[in-house]
Design a protein. Structure first.
Ligand SMILES: C[S@@+](CC[C@H](N)C(=O)[O-])C[C@H]1O[C@@H](n2cnc3c(N)ncnc32)[C@H](O)[C@@H]1O
Length: 381
């Protein structure tokens, strides 16, 4: 496919996304219907779609409208590549007089939902502008070295032998950032053999901060795909339980645990395994710290949706608190940048549960390299 044809494909996919179809599904449907597209075409179209979503409001202003065409035209114009809209071959038609566009205003330039900007300003203070800018760019790809199977230098060597270049990262001693040939990872022996897992560096830093020790009984209460479950299992010999309100999200966890060489028990009745020494609540949240990876999330969040999320977080904390033994640790994490979901939620929990005190808290934003994350560690007296 020519660059112009890729732009046309991105336009049609973005139109479907703006019409309500999830981006992954729209990309898959386009891929199925476009057998002529090779793997590099698919990757390029995907990159364009996600870049347009990360910069939705600024690209729409520059491109003259919130449509697939406006977004891609805005991206191309901003990059000095408007000539791609040539109308030749499969390229999009040249811009018409109504598509002159304009510079984004200061709010549009942040590429954040308007309604959330006061909350984000309140939460991030002077970091709002730099964080918004970071969220306009694609996230780096991080690996977690599985210490059950390899140390960091050995994993680096194994990856390098397969052409995958990496560097270490100061946020976590198990993290490697891929600097070359990320697309080779899934087929690599190092990945298939469980030496490394895909995991954001801030997620790793959150697990590093947990006071885990051999022999502990631990519950990962919102395990999802099990990224943090596996990271905890690699840190110490634990009796480890994984639970999720949507058990289908844990479907791959047994196979991932087998590949990683660790043991995890899935449970739909976490109360049955109580009392626990440590419970991790990696709570459902706005996802605002990971909008680089999930840019649709930033435009799909609504004020009502956020209220519901905050309520659910409080319910989950109230449910797990009695499952801890006295002296046990409750770790509350979100990949959110918002105070409502982080510090405010933690304070409200302590108000409702005087038997707990806050041991420590950690807040990360994309300015430190990984996703935005918050961790509060509470101890039951
Ligand atoms: C942020 S994700 C977890 C990510 C996962 N810990 C990881 O590291 O890959 C939040 C998870 O919480 C689950 N969840 C939502 N409401 C829940 C509830 N009331 N109780 C338990 N899990 C819940 C969701 O299904 C989702 O998988």
């Amino acid at each position: 496919m020519t660059p112009g044809a890729r732009a046309s494909a991105a336009i049609s996919i973005l139109d479907r996304v703006l019409g309500g179809e999830p981006a992954e599904r729209a990309l898959t449907n386009w891929g199925r219907a476009s057998r002529y597209a090779g793997s590099s075409d698919r990757a390029a179209v995907r990159d364009l779609v996600f870049e347009a979503l990360r910069r939705r409001s600024s690209a729409a202003a520059i491109g003259g409208g919130l449509s697939g065409r406006g977004l891609v035209l805005g991206l191309m114009r901003a990059a000095g590549q408007e000539a791609l809209f040539s109308g030749q071959g499969h390229a999009p038609a040249p811009p018409g007089p109504e598509e002159t566009g304009r510079s984004p205003d200061p709010v549009e330039a942040l590429d954040l939902p308007d309604w959330l900007i006061p909350d984000l300003r309140d939460s991030l203070g002077p970091d709002l502008g730099p964080v918004a800018e970071a969220l306009r760019h694609r996230a780096p790809v991080f690996l977690r070295v599985n210490l059950v199977k390899a140390d960091l230098p050995a994993a680096r060597v194994a990856l390098a032998a397969e052409g995958i270049a990496t560097r270490t990262h100061p946020l976590s001693p198990t993290a490697l950032e891929i600097t070359g040939n990320a697309r080779r990872l899934q087929a690599s022996a190092a990945y298939r053999g469980g030496l490394v897992e895909l995991q954001d560096v801030s997620s790793q830093a959150v697990v590093d901060a947990l006071p885990l020790a051999d022999g502990m009984t631990v519950l990962d209460h919102c395990a999802g795909g099990g990224g943090k479950t596996l990271a905890m299992a690699a840190r110490a010999r634990l009796r480890l339980y994984a639970h999720d309100a949507n058990p289908r999200r844990m479907a791959d966890l047994p196979e991932r645990a087998r590949r990683a060489g660790v043991q995890v028990t899935l449970t739909d009745r976490p109360e049955a395994g109580a009392p626990y020494d440590l419970i991790l609540v990696d709570a459902p949240c706005s996802g605002s710290g990971s909008w680089r990876r999930d840019p649709e999330g930033k435009w799909n969040l609504t004020p009502q949706g956020l209220d519901r999320i905050v309520e659910t977080q409080a319910h989950i904390l109230d449910r797990v608190a009695p499952m801890l033994r006295p002296g046990g640790v409750l770790a509350y994490a979100t990949c959110s940048l918002l105070r409502r979901e982080n510090g405010d939620q933690a304070r409200a929990f302590l108000d409702r549960h005087p038997a707990f005190h806050c041991e420590s808290a950690l807040s990360l934003t994309p300015l430190q390299g990984g996703d935005g994350f918050h961790l509060s560690i509470f101890q039951r007296r």
